[in-house]
Design a protein around this ligand. Structure first.
Ligand SMILES: [Zn+2]
Length: 546
């Protein structure tokens, strides 16, 4: 066989959906997609790495072609086999290839070949998307020629492109020599043929990525330790009102003023307080939480301010109070509206004089602490009723942040529920815990008097009762489901008959059992035939069975 006699039709077998050269499959590609791919490669991994990858891609392609040519034909001599490479390139549309010179000395083992290429597809790819190149850019083709010749010679042959259409030359010129015959010019081209560096780089990058991942995990862990159970709600809330609070809290955090956080029970006042602390200059200091409503007056006082041994029965040793423990940090006084007049006065002193006196001592201690207080009570009203000191209210309420109840920001319910579910999945070890879509209406319609805390508790209960980790409406606390279904009906009890109540209840149960009548009948404590009869009364046209 001679290279000149190669014929496209004989070589390529094209049947529907399958093109091959004697069993080696080929696919026709659009070169503009390749051009885009080339640009992506350069953008993503840099020009040098892109060139290396494309050179090696070409090298493998050339090797495979040389092997196929050897397998299919009996060549007149090895030179014809070598020349078949450029011929194949011409035939497959790479460009018009001319072998300008070819000199092989088998005894000396030397190889020297010069190839001209007109209308290079690769130069066109480069020009079309990247533009004129500052150096020859037919990387795949130089790789191809090297791979082809190396296979034929059984030793390393390298082609260097000396002129290129992409560089502004009239045509591309490639010179190929065996490694020993090349001068030092080869050195700058050699790395593009080698795989080691790619592997090394990938390994280096992988290690770097692993290190970063570990760092991130550690960072997250630290963050997790800093945040308490109710903390990350901030990130989950999507409503306008909550983002306003977040903005306010960030702003307030920068100043040392006292903050009063108001809102119903369970709205997450402590979350806001922690957020303020964490974003303040005191973030390296302690954050101490005191639930003022949980302790009787005498105990609260010694908890807050500490005591001297023997100052009261049971005080066997000196003790530092929580206010002192919060020194250089922040103290969060929850349910401040519940404290006695006496304790109010002492807290006022912390705010005014920045000092405390331990129970049973007369010498005050200097203290540097930021007070963040919270209440679900109407403090101005308590002032009018003389239950709360007006001067303390003014001191506490330098800045007031009101956290709205969950029912006034329904768009926060689902994101919060999903966040809580993720947390519960870990806590209860139910890996695939999720809320079924049928629960969404119930969660969003219920008015959540206990706010986020109630949502959390309701979801925990539902998780425990869920089957295979899927929370269905029937797993939700009954008050949530009932509140929603009764809202759908008439709300005025005086205008409802017993029959209407019964019908509503049947509808609720059917909804909860996804229309399964056997289950519904069991839940209602009646037989399926009774249920069927009652259903006919409700909706006479309903005839389908379960
Ligand atoms: Zn070129």
């Amino acid at each position: 066989m001679q290279a000149d006699l190669l014929n496209l039709n004989e070589l390529f077998d094209i049947t529907e959906g399958y093109i091959h050269v004697h069993g080696r499959r080929l696919v026709l590609h659009a070169t503009n997609a390749f051009a885009q791919f080339r640009k992506d490669l350069i953008d993503m991994i840099g020009k040098k790495r892109a060139r290396r990858m494309l050179t090696r891609f070409g090298f493998f392609w050339g090797q495979a072609d040389a092997a196929t040519m050897k397998r299919i034909f009996q060549w007149k001599d090895r030179l014809e086999w070598i020349k078949a490479g450029p011929k194949l390139h011409t035939m497959s549309g790479v460009g018009r290839v001319t072998v300008k010179s070819l000199d092989v000395d088998y005894d000396a083992g030397t190889f020297d070949m010069q190839i001209y290429l007109h209308n290079s597809c690769e130069a066109e790819e480069h020009l079309s998307i990247i533009g004129r190149s500052d150096q020859p850019a037919c990387w795949k083709l130089a790789g191809y020629m090297s791979g082809y010749a190396s296979y034929c010679l059984g030793k390393s042959v390298y082609f260097i492109e000396e002129r290129c259409e992409a560089h502004g030359d009239g045509y591309c010129v490639f010179v190929g020599r065996d490694a020993e015959s090349w001068d030092e010019r080869l050195n700058e081209h050699l790395p593009f043929f080698e795989a080691e560096d790619i592997k090394g780089n990938v390994e280096r990058l992988t290690q770097e990525l692993r290190r970063k991942t570990r760092e991130l995990a550690r960072h997250r862990q630290e963050l997790g330790l800093m945040q308490n159970a109710h903390d990350p709600f901030f990130a989950e809330a999507k409503s306008v009102s909550y983002s306003h609070i977040m903005h306010l809290a960030s702003r307030v955090a920068q100043f040392d003023s006292s903050v009063l956080i108001t809102g119903e029970t369970g709205v997450g006042k402590e979350v806001v307080a922690r957020y303020i602390h964490r974003h303040s200059h005191r973030d390296k200091g302690p954050f101490v939480v005191v639930n003022c409503g949980a302790l009787p007056e005498t105990l609260l006082e010694s908890e807050l301010f500490g005591h001297k041994a023997g100052s009261f029965t049971g005080a066997t040793r000196d003790r530092i109070g929580l206010v002192e423990q919060a020194n250089h940090g922040s103290i969060f006084l929850d349910e401040i509206g519940d404290i006695s007049q006496n304790t109010q006065l002492k807290i006022l002193r912390v705010l005014q004089e920045k000092e405390i006196t331990r129970v049973g001592e007369s010498e005050p201690h200097k203290i540097d602490v930021r007070v963040i207080a919270a209440t679900n009570r109407d403090l101005p009203k308590a002032v009018v009723e003389e239950k709360f000191r007006e001067d303390l209210l003014f001191r506490l309420r330098v800045i007031e942040i009101e956290v709205p109840p969950l029912r006034e920001r329904t768009e926060d319910i689902l994101p919060l529920a999903r966040y809580l579910i993720d947390r519960l999945a870990k806590k209860l070890n139910i890996p695939k815990l999720k809320i079924d879509a049928t629960c969404v209406d119930y969660l969003q319609t219920y008015n959540w008097p206990g706010n986020v805390r109630e949502l959390d508790n309701a979801l925990e209960r539902a998780s425990v009762f869920s089957q295979d980790g899927v929370i269905l409406p029937e797993n939700l606390p009954p008050e949530i489901v009932h509140a929603v279904t009764s809202r759908a009906g008439t709300t005025d009890p005086l205008s409802r008959t017993l029959a209407q109540m019964e019908q509503d209840h049947i509808r609720t149960i059917l909804k909860l059992t996804n229309g399964n009548r056997s289950k519904a009948a069991r839940a209602l404590g009646i037989s399926t035939s009774t249920l069927w009869r009652k259903l006919k009364e409700i909706e006479p046209e309903t005839e389908n069975d379960d």
